[in-house]
Design a binder for this molecule. Structure first.
Ligand SMILES: NC(=O)c1ccc[n+]([C@@H]2O[C@H](COP(=O)([O-])OP(=O)(O)OC[C@H]3O[C@@H](n4cnc5c(N)ncnc54)[C@H](O)[C@@H]3O)[C@@H](O)[C@H]2O)c1
Ligand SMILES: [Zn+2]
Ligand SMILES: [Zn+2]
Length: 377
């Protein structure tokens, strides 16, 4: 089968690799109908992780079940499913408590597993024609048969739940104002989630014109941080009033003044949130970054204004999204016509077009906001 394989920094190729097989009675094999390229893939693509050549990318996967192991009882061949990017076992302490992003069983020595991701366990990605889904009864979310809402459902694997999670991590309540740093797919989903959840005002901060335009199209207030300090712009629009909540949908590769400044968004959030407000951080930070800007950043130590943070009595929530905690409800909002997250999708491609799409998405040019790959088209 064909698969998108990491070759070296700034290069992926489409290779022919063996099809996955059932390795355990709880496995299922899924023929991938849609898989997405994620901003998280770019950290590996840019060589900013320990990812080794040969890894098959792809943690945002949906498709049709083609084969099930002897221990699979809920799923049937022919079922249409979407998989959380997390791989969970379903029975460890964290999975039982709903923290499936921190499963202690699927990736020994580490809390959390995922498909196609460095350090996240032996689970090849789904930017390929077929995918092996471990603990399939637990991990696969069933979808209505057919092809309706394909793009919306594909976003249930990661970015729609992750955006929603970022808003939850901030402690958001209906009626509050919120500043979302990052207008990439995750940031746009956070802005969209805040609007669906009754935010009074949503500020969407980025510098990519197409992304700011998408934010504006759903009712967020676009703020271009290249024009002037984002916090100053927000405070000016609000006559000096801070916002209730902020979300970091950027992560450790944040930029400021044209160069990488890993703590810039964390600092801005402490400045822009009112006393006793909250901060949600779904954006990725890592404990080891070989390409970090200084010796501290290389070990994941970032300067954080803890004094101001304490003085204001702020709270902060972080971490990978427990997709299973949200995906069922969000699926039902899509089916009911209450949510259409696919407004974020800019390109739908065949698998052979993936290398070029990675390059353009990485450069955030030509409107590449969210790319969906159809590997069997
Ligand atoms: N917690 C999770 O479970 C989870 C899941 C998916 C993605 N992520 C992470 O979320 C982050 C965003 O993902 P994405 O797919 O949207 O990525 P992306 O790279 O497409 O988007 C990031 C955006 O941030 C903007 N940006 C850079 N510096 C900024 C600044 N100082 N202020 C405001 N915006 C700034 C960039 O222009 C870009 O548009 C990544 O770090 C990704 O790894 C986390
Ligand atoms: Zn993702
Ligand atoms: Zn578990």
């Amino acid at each position: 089968m064909k698969a998108v394989v990491y070759e070296k920094p700034f290069s992926v190729t489409v290779k022919t690799v063996p099809e996955p097989k059932i390795l355990h009675p709880n496995d299922a094999i899924v023929k991938v109908t849609t898989t997405c390229i994620c901003g998280s893939d770019l950290h590996m693509y840019e060589g900013r992780t320990a990812a080794e050549p040969g890894i098959i990318f792809g943690h945002e996967n949906m498709g049709i079940v083609t084969e099930i192991g002897a221990g699979v009882s809920r799923l049937k061949v022919g079922d249409r499913v979407v998989m959380p990017f997390n791989v969970g076992c379903g029975h460890c302490r964290n999975c039982e408590a709903g923290y499936t992003a921190f499963c202690t069983e699927v990736n020994p020595g580490f809390a959390g597993g995922a498909y196609g991701y460095v350090a996240m366990g032996p689970y090849p990605g789904g930017q390929a024609q077929y995918l092996r889904v471990p603990w399939a009864d637990f991990n696969a979310l069933s979808l209505p048969p057919g092809t309706e809402h394909e793009a919306d459902f594909a976003l249930l694997a990661d970015i729609f739940p992750t955006g929603w999670h970022g808003v939850s991590l901030s402690g958001f309540q209906p009626g509050e104002s919120i500043a979302i740093f990052g207008g990439g797919p995750v940031g746009l989903m956070a802005a969209y989630s805040a609007i669906l959840r009754g935010a009074s005002e949503v500020y969407s901060i980025d510098r990519v014109p197409e992304r700011l335009a998408k934010a504006q199209s759903i009712g967020a207030i676009p703020i271009n941080f290249d024009k002037a300090d984002a916090v100053e712009q927000i405070l000016q629009l609000r006559h000096g009033e801070m916002v209730d909540r902020a979300v970091d949908a950027v992560g450790y590769q944040a930029v400021s003044g044209g160069k990488e400044v890993p703590n810039t968004v964390l600092v801005s959030m402490v400045r822009v949130v009112r006393a006793t407000g909250g901060i949600g951080v779904p954006g990725l930070y890592v404990p080891s970054d070989p390409g970090g800007v200084d010796p501290h950043a290389k070990e994941g130590y970032l300067m954080f204004p803890f004094g101001k943070f304490f003085e204001k009595g702020l709270s902060i929530g972080t971490g990978q999204c427990n997709v299973k905690h949200y995906n069922r409800q969000l699926r039902d909002m899509i089916i009911a016509g209450r949510a259409t997250p696919s407004f974020v999708v800019s390109h739908e491609i065949r698998i052979d077009e993936a290398p070029a799409a990675y390059e353009k998405f990485d450069k955030r040019i030509e409107g590449y906001t969210k790319v969906l790959i159809h590997p069997n088209a």
